[in-house]
Design a protein around this ligand. Sequence first.
Ligand SMILES: [Zn+2]
Length: 177
Amino acid sequence: MRIAWTWYLLLFAATPIMAAEHGDAAGHEEHGAHVHGEAQLTLATDGGLLEIMLESPAANLLGFEQKPATAAQQGAWQQQQALLKSGQWLQLPVAAKCVLQQQQLNEPWAKGGQHADISISLRYQCNAAELLNEVKVILFTTAADLQQIDVQWVSGGQQGAATLNAKQPVLQLPGTE
Ligand SMILES: [Zn+2]
């Protein structure tokens, strides 16, 4: 009886702590690594389909991270949204004949908090995907403070990782030929 009561107390006391830790971990996972200056990009090809997702602290792209408050900040955010959705922050080989078909941009300030992440997904259909042997990221010149992009890719039956920066903005892919 005494032992059971002790266990009850332990469980009761431990539950809120465990719940809080779990919540923290889940939140962290959801946002990915939020390090200012760094962004993550995943790229996958499947037949003629090309999918690219970029996740970045808002500060990297906008120079600020709170919800746009002034007209200037609102303008900067509008401009950045247009750029991200257009896919013009990427350069794909013309010969691969990739056409942007879908784009999805998140609402960075939906969750509140001090930090915000911008997440953009692009889906292309490439008519000559075998010629998709590189992807150049031309975001470094326009972004407010983007130092490096960590890339994970799956393409042509292979996978790999790469780090891109202003000096080395080109991701090499195996292609399929
Ligand atoms: Zn931040």
